[in-house]
Design a protein around this ligand. Structure first.
Ligand code: G1P
Ligand code: ZN
Length: 543
């Protein structure tokens, strides 16, 4: 067995986005594509020699072969050890946990998250730091720079190793530890939540549906919910991970998790429903006849986290991404704890979590998590909800109604316009940016604009500055419109329009969000000239 040095040339476009490098699978499978990027990762972090990494992915098409390539490259680059999930499968939060638990030098996660998988769909690779969190912008930028100048990569010519067998083996001088994908993660969850209380709730007849969407959380949810917590067999549906997610779009939102939505709003609905995404970091939570928006979920979790043993001491602070609604801010104010507003993307929470400034974090895009790992964590959010339900002995609908009555309601929705021509989307954003300064004082739909800007963030811990993180149009009545282009798509541009309107109550707390937001939606279309620029009048996905 030898470490080979292969001559290569830079491949254009290997720039990580909001969450790693994502491309169509055939692109990733193209000559040298994966290899160039992995070598650039190793080079950008000061080499792999003597280091220990975690490796795993969401099991999508090409996951297995990519893992063999990455192992052989780690060996040829002198890594000491790679800890890899069985069959190269790890949910993103489980990978983050293993990186931290084993005090490793970081990890490589193979995933395109909630994007569909398969030979013609999406694949992705990202690097997580020794703290378990996604590489910050400075590091991903260094990786990208490296991809533009790379002339060679190193790879062992050893044979593939058996990733189905748990245990330790050697690969060309590098130790490979194949570990059970679920065990350590499940043990961590047992330290955070009152499993006895949740078990008692299931034993007393509480019913639940967890839709794993044929993606990575199936085995995690089955082990934790059915085996350890005693939920009825069959609680977990679509529980077998498939390379193409069974053709499902593994994104837990009302559009893509419509089977779960139908059940939760149908006759004989279970007490509680949840779904997770391709790599297990997202979650959607639904009560019987009650949809909980991710922004509201974050707020409810913040207000009730102390009911779970892992958070009984209270929270240091709550952080949310800028487009996420301000519902969690109201809870933070009531609790007298710090609140933070960061750019979109989990990587921006890492410093706050490491510094002990924030305990809970969340994004409107179905992401919620805490300082237990450095990724958002779908199953964790579901377990925290279950712990709260077990203690409060109320339905989701009752908990939501009490929450709104106490804090008021931030009506919220996100409208996505997908696969727009990139040039047209860029032109729309550029024109809007050019008009921001003049918007203050203008009246639209009976609402006066208080100000408009392009969100910029200075990290309170390391002082790093991130510019152009989304256009904000703020109204005097507290309503808000945010527009930004997605950084995770693989086809054209996706425009995301985030809409928010606050109602203090006690009246008007139970409207349909789309109706409550109607004037804000109309204002967004007219201010951004969405139709003129993109030809679109309706979004593809509403969450
Ligand atoms: C999207 C979400 C963002 C999330 C990211 C990764 O990014 O909006 O909140 O962190 O996926 O899951 P976007 O496509 O908007 O750049
Ligand atoms: Zn994900």
């Amino acid at each position: 067995m030898t470490a080979l040095t292969i001559t290569t040339a830079p491949i254009a476009g290997q720039k990580p986005g909001t969450s790693g490098l994502r491309k169509k699978t055939p692109v990733f499978m193209g000559a040298h594509y994966l290899e160039n990027f992995v070598q650039s990762i190793f080079d950008a972090i000061g080499g792999a020699a003597g280091k220990t990494f975690v490796l795993g992915g969401d099991g999508r098409y090409f996951n297995d072969r990519a893992a063999q390539t990455i192992l052989k490259m780690a060996a040829a680059n002198g890594a000491a050890r790679v800890i890899i999930g069985q069959n190269a499968v790890l949910s993103t939060p489980a990978a983050s946990h293993l990186i931290r638990l084993n005090k490793t030098d970081g990890g490589i996660i193979m995933s395109a998250s909630h994007n569909p998988g398969g030979p013609e769909e999406d694949f992705g690779v990202k690097f997580n730091m020794p703290n378990g969190g996604p590489a910050p912008e400075a590091v991903t930028e260094a990786m990208y720079q490296r991809t533009t100048e790379l002339t060679e990569y190193r790879i062992s010519d050893a044979a593939d190793i058996d990733l189905g067998a748990i245990g330790d083996t050697m690969l060309d001088g590098m130790a490979v530890s194949v570990v059970d994908s679920v065990t350590d993660y499940a043990a961590l969850m047992e330290t955070l939540f009152d499993f006895n209380a949740i078990r008692a709730m299931f034993a007393s007849g509480f019913t639940m549906r967890f839709d794993a969407m044929c993606a990575v959380t199936g085995p995690y949810a089955t082990e934790i919910l059915e085996n350890r917590l005693g939920a009825a067999k069959g609680t977990v549906t679509h529980g077998t991970p498939l390379p193409d997610f069974g053709g499902m779009h593994p994104d837990p939102n009302p559009t893509w998790a419509h089977e779960l939505m139908d059940e939760m709003f149908g006759a004989n609905a279970p007490d509680f429903g949840a779904a997770s995404d391709g790599d297990g970091d997202r979650n959607m939570v639904v009560g019987r006849n009650t949809y909980v928006s991710p922004s509201d979920s974050l707020a409810v979790l913040a207000a009730n986290a102390h009911l779970a043993p892992g958070y009984a001491r209270g929270l240091a602070g709550v952080a949310r991404s800028m487009p996420t609604s301000a519902a969690a801010d109201r809870v933070a104010d009531a609790l007298g704890i710090d609140k933070f507003e960061t750019p979109t993307g989990w990587k921006f929470f890492g410093n706050l979590l490491d510094a002990g400034k924030a305990t809970l974090c969340g994004e409107e895009s179905f992401g919620t998590g805490s300082d237990h790992v450095r990724e958002k964590d779908g199953l964790w959010a579901v377990l925290l909800w279950l712990n709260i339900l077990a203690v409060r002995q109320q339905s989701v609908a009752e908990i939501m109604a009490e929450h709104f009555a106490k804090f008021g309601r931030n009506y919220y929705s996100r409208h996505d316009f997908e696969a727009i021509e990139t040039d047209r989307a860029d032109a729309m954003m550029a024109e809007l940016r050019g008009r921001l300064a003049g918007l203050k004082g203008q009246k639209i739909e009976g609402m006066e604009i208080a100000g408009a800007d392009d969100f910029a963030y200075t990290d309170p811990i390391d002082g790093s500055v991130s510019l152009k993180q989304g256009v904000r149009i703020l109204f005097i009545d507290g309503s808000r419109i945010v527009l930004r282009l997605s950084g995770t798509g693989t086809e054209g541009a996706t425009l995301r329009v985030y809409l928010e309107r606050y109602t203090p109550g006690p009246d008007g707390l139970d409207h349909d969000p789309q109706e409550a937001l109607a004037p804000v939606i109309r204002a967004a279309h007219s201010l951004a000239k969405i139709m003129e620029h993109t030809g679109r009048t309706e979004p593809n996905v509403i969450t």
